[in-house]
Design a protein around this ligand. Structure first.
Ligand SMILES: Nc1ncnc2c1ncn2[C@@H]1O[C@H](COP(=O)(O)OP(=O)(O)OP(=O)(O)O)[C@@H](O)[C@H]1O
Length: 499
């Protein structure tokens, strides 16, 4: 802890720095509670001793692979260790049995090659360099030895690399428990192959990540008694509904909308589409293209991935009809009708889009229109139908578009699960949870409340396991220890859960 250790003239220390977060230096004079420090970037700084931290001067060239073995466990020490390792392309570091992974933002082939997998198979945890495979290996072996299911939690902020890490975990689990065939392809192949489909419909470009997952995912890999994969299931949570109707520059809507607008001409014609910038749900943002991503190629890749996972031609056709219908719905503009609080379609263009949406959804055009411009109210005397003003009609339009899209997504997930095949009798499973981290925007909605609440629950799980249970065990075993302060968020959970 800052200030409690002996800081004397000649001590190497860390100081807070407004640009670099932390800067290191050497104390050359002490005056009362202040230390004068010469920093490594050539400045002389005076700081209160209580705000400076001792620095370990014997740092190994590859840093330390387990943070619990740092001489000084404080923020600058932890960050410096991660930075030293990252500079050498060492992206994994342990903190006890937790793995910290840093996004390399470049392909590091040695990380996932088959020989690396082979190396980690059966190795004792901590024996080899920190790796996501070591974590998967220990959860698999524990499951086999103790006969209990396990879960691996992948958390971090948007763009941290959760989804890529999850894919590595899955690949390794498939490597360990592989070779269970359904219809010629293995279960694990099917789980991995379902990723491009999920990403086309559930990922979008955001400020932080060009391929951001806008849903939470829990993948269950089921194993039989002998440890072979016997089935799998993908469970998804909290698809970001608002994105369907509302986006801001420089973000995009879900990838599939742009992919479809770049489809071959015969598909464009069939779905009555055009330039993506002609659709309200896409043109609210100035970003239509993503660097390095060809929407035309991705459309074909998505179709091919759907083929691979067994989604039939007819089902694909229906899927893309719904995607196109959502775009057409977004272009239904309303103006005031003749009666007070009533609305009508604005112009011929709006009528074209209504026709297109109705045709694609295979529903009656008039019924679709009425569903948006009229409202049914249940009264004791029976159902009364009233008209609504253009604002309310627009709200209904967006509500319908969001609902249709979310149902499509859920249907796709169910369809993928049906293809992959679950093992209803599976004795044990390993679950991998890839869920999005805390969010705080200028305007936060119910969606952010749900996401942040989920993260608070996960944090509490972490607190329980890492701090509370450990410290209780120390008490039970009468081990001499000093209590570690941590922020317990139980109050936050109680506030939401008890009301
Ligand atoms: N291990 C890795 N190797 C190479 N590149 C990576 C790795 N992890 C992440 N990246 C790069 O960073 C990008 C963002 O990673 P990823 O999509 O996994 O983040 P995320 O934490 O799941 O974000 P979100 O919460 O927004 O979905 C990837 O598209 C990829 O380009």
């Amino acid at each position: 802890q800052a200030g409690t250790l002996n800081i004397v003239v000649g001590s190497h220390v860390w100081l807070e720095d407004k640009d670099l977060a932390w800067i290191d230096g050497e104390v050359f004079r002490i005056e009362g509670q202040n230390a004068h420090v010469r920093t490594t970037n050539g400045k002389t700084v005076t700081a209160s001793i209580s705000n400076i931290h001792p620095k370990d001067t014997e740092v190994l060239s590859d840093g330390i692979d387990d943070m619990t073995r740092l001489s000084y466990l404080h923020e600058p020490g932890v960050l410096d260790n991660l930075a030293v390792r990252y500079a050498k392309n060492i992206i994994y570091t342990y903190t006890g049995n937790i793995l910290i992974a840093i996004n390399p933002f470049q392909s590091l082939p040695h990380i996932a090659e088959p020989s690396t997998m082979e190396k980690y198979r059966g190795a004792n945890f901590g024996e080899l360099d920190p790796h996501v495979f070591a974590l998967a290996d220990v959860s698999y072996r524990q499951m086999m030895n103790e006969g209990k299911s396990n879960s691996i939690l992948v958390s971090g902020e948007s763009g941290a690399g959760k989804t890529e890490t999850t894919k590595l975990l899955m690949r390794y689990l498939a490597f360990l428990g592989g070779r269970s065939k359904t219809g010629g392809r293995t279960v694990e192949q099917q789980v991995l192959e379902s990723n491009p489909v999920l990403e086309a419909f559930g990922n979008a470009k955001t400020v932080r990540n060009n391929n951001s997952s806008r849903f939470g995912k829990f993948v269950e890999i089921q194993f039989d008694q002998s440890g072979k994969i016997s089935g799998a299931a993908i469970r998804t949570y909290l698809l970001e509904r608002s994105r369907v109707c509302q986006i801001n520059s420089p973000e995009r809507n879900y990838h599939c909308f742009y992919f479809l607008c770049s489809a071959p001409p015969e598909d464009i014609k069939r779905y009555k589409l055009g330039d993506p910038s002609s659709f309200h749900y896409l043109n609210q943002s100035s970003c239509i293209k993503v660097d390095g991503m060809s929407d035309a190629e991705e459309y074909l890749a998505t179709r091919s991935a759907m083929n691979t996972v067994g989604i039939t031609e007819q089902e694909q056709e229906a899927t893309f009809r719904v995607v196109a219908a959502v775009l057409h719905l977004g272009n239904l503009n309303f103006v005031k009708g003749r009666d007070a609080d009533s609305s009508v379609l604005k112009d011929e263009k709006a009528k074209f889009h209504l026709n297109a949406a109705a045709e694609l959804l295979m529903c009656d055009r008039e019924k679709l229109e009425n569903a948006l411009i009229k409202r049914k109210i249940n009264t004791p005397e029976g159902v009364i139908t009233t008209t609504v003003d253009p604002n309310s009609a627009t709200v209904s339009r967006d509500g319908l578009a969001k609902q249709i899209y979310c149902r499509l997504f859920d249907w796709l997930v169910n369809r993928l699960n049906a293809s992959i095949g679950q093992d209803a009798h599976s004795a044990r499973l390993i679950g991998v949870l890839d869920i999005y981290g805390f969010e705080s925007f200028k305007t936060n909605s119910f969606e952010q409340l749900c996401i942040n609440f989920t993260n608070e629950k996960l944090q509490q799980h972490f607190n329980q396991n890492v701090f509370k249970m450990e410290q209780e065990e120390y008490n039970r075993e009468q081990i001499d220890w000093s209590y570690i302060e941590f922020v317990d968020n139980q109050d936050v959970l109680d506030l939401i859960e008890r009301f």
